[in-house]
Design a binder for this molecule. Structure first.
Ligand SMILES: C[S@@+](CC[C@H](N)C(=O)[O-])C[C@H]1O[C@@H](n2cnc3c(N)ncnc32)[C@H](O)[C@@H]1O
Length: 264
């Protein structure tokens, strides 16, 4: 091979090596990108997992405390999801045991109604529970649970279909208040539980509770609003507070969020 031919081939090899070097740099960059992205994904999954572990452990702790507070001889319905979570039930029951109201009014029957009735029996409370439900099947389910637990006489579940409210600029229907006992037969409520109607019924589904039941609430009444984690419930609570300047509002960090409004 002549020196010229050797030099030409060497130059060729050098160019090939340069191209390979560039490609190696590109591939290393791509690989690094993928490693970083997958580590970030792993971090997200780990954070989500950690949050679930904390939520489960808090609900377990709340349920254990609830079972210390209330005698339960039969299986409870599944808690959480559509039903109130254990931490909300614990807060509700503890408040009712501490304050012994004459009447608890409730929007949305279910596990809340059952736990209230069991608390009344366990602690001999002088409390009457009146619970509204817009759905005949769910109202009947709650009544059956109360019967199974032997506390059917301690909570009054009333079917209250959703009807137009007559409130200005509020097209979402709400419970028919005609389903409540007459004012003369029901003392003002010391506690109002707002856990219905479901949000699928329309915008600001729970806001009418205060304007429509205001004349049924005792001075100093505590309004417990479940699901404060949702934007509609936050808006409802803000509107209530606006309409009740003397009221006090507290947000309690529970699984689904709890708003506590104390009326003047
Ligand atoms: C949020 S739930 C009320 C839950 C009740 N306070 C409790 O703790 O179980 C509001 C209403 O939704 C309805 N409901 C209850 N469970 C449901 C389900 N799994 N699917 C659809 N509607 C349901 C009932 O009519 C109930 O009154």
């Amino acid at each position: 091979m002549t020196p010229d031919a050797l030099a030409a081939e060497l130059a060729d090899v050098r160019r090939t090596l340069d191209r390979l070097d560039d490609r190696l740099g590109q591939l290393t960059g791509l690989l690094l990108e993928q490693v970083v992205t997958s580590e970030a994904r792993t971090d997200d999954a780990a954070t989500r997992h950690q949050r679930v572990v904390v939520d489960v452990s808090r609900q377990t702790q709340a349920l254990l405390q609830l079972l210390d507070l209330v005698e339960v001889a039969r299986p409870l319905p599944p808690l959480g999801g559509w039903a109130a979570s254990a931490d909300f039930l614990l807060h509700l029951v503890q408040h009712v045991v501490d304050t012994r109201p004459a009447v608890v009014l409730e929007c949305g029957s279910g596990s809340t109604t059952l736990l209230l009735a069991l608390a009344i029996r366990t602690h001999g409370l002088p409390t009457r529970v009146v619970s509204l439900d817009h759905d005949a099947w769910f109202a009947e389910q709650t009544r059956r649970r109360l019967e199974e637990h032997g506390v059917a006489d301690l909570a009054d579940v009333r079917l209250a279909p959703l009807v137009p409210t007559g409130l200005p600029d509020h097209p979402t229907p709400w419970y028919d208040v005609a389903a409540l006992p007459p004012v003369a037969d029901l003392p003002p409520a010391g506690v109002l539980v707002v856990d219905g109607p479901p949000e699928v019924t329309g915008r600001l589904a729970r806001w009418p509770a205060l304007p429509l039941l205001r004349d049924r609430l005792a001075p100093g009444c505590t309004v417990l609003l479940d699901d404060l984690g949702r934007a509609d419930e936050q808006a409802a609570a803000a509107a209530w507070l606006d309409a009740e300047p003397g009221a006090h509002f507290e947000s309690v960090e529970l699984l689904k969020g709890l708003g506590v409004l104390t009326l003047p």
